[in-house]
Design a protein around this ligand. Structure first.
Ligand code: GRF
Length: 190
């Protein structure tokens, strides 16, 4: 299965996916890593792993729609069969999703449907929940919505800050996302 990835920043989830792939954990190949930020560390990680990568900075386009169209064209040219969002900070339009016409996955650092959107870990701390976690789900046109594939909980410890909770959740994300990609690429989840 040909996998494309979109990532806006650091790309630690991308890195976990690349390592799982290199260890033969799923029958797939990464064929494209795109970003809306030219300096995204995710692009450097892709380059190191010899995966074709490209930046689509907003300043190169007159509208967000044109930027999204350029990303779509590139993913289509790359014949992507599964799109994985790894810290991609934009909501994809329903036109994009229907034109791409392949499954799209996302990972979110909360137990959805709690705390969608930005700063999920901060929202969890501010609300005072005692259990947090992360979710891998299929993407639909909503914000952090769509059918859930995997979830894992972590405790919120007394004295946790946004940073310590983020770190605890991220460790789990790096296990959960490769496992979700394995389930999808082996056809165990559709
Ligand atoms: C992760 O917390 C992920 O759940 C969220 O964005 C963050 C991306 O981190 N969607 P990284 O770029 O993979 O390190």
């Amino acid at each position: 299965m040909r996998i494309g990835v979109l990532a806006s920043g650091r790309g630690s989830n991308l890195q976990a996916l690349i390592e799982a792939w290199q260890e033969g954990k799923f029958p797939a190949e990464f064929v494209a890593v795109g970003s809306d930020h030219a300096e995204a560390l995710a692009l450097k990680r892709a380059e190191k792993a010899n995966i074709p990568q490209r930046a689509f900075p907003l300043k190169d386009y007159s509208t967000r729609g044109e930027q999204e169209q350029a990303i779509l064209d590139w993913l289509k040219e790359s014949q992507v069969e599964l799109l994985v969002l790894a810290g991609f900070m934009r909501v994809l339009s329903s036109d994009f999703l229907s034109a791409l016409n392949c499954p799209v996955l996302n990972i979110h650092p909360s137990l959805l449907p709690s705390f969608p959107g930005l700063h999920a870990q901060r929202q969890a701390i501010e609300y005072g929940v005692k259990v947090a976690g992360c979710t891998v789900h299929f993407v639909d046109e909503g914000l952090d919505s769509g059918p859930i594939i995997l979830q894992e909980a972590v405790p919120v410890e007394p004295g946790d800050t946004e940073e310590t909770l983020t770190e605890r959740i991220l460790k789990v994300e790096h296990k959960l996302y490769p496992e979700a990609v394995r389930l999808v690429t082996t056809g165990q989840i559709k």
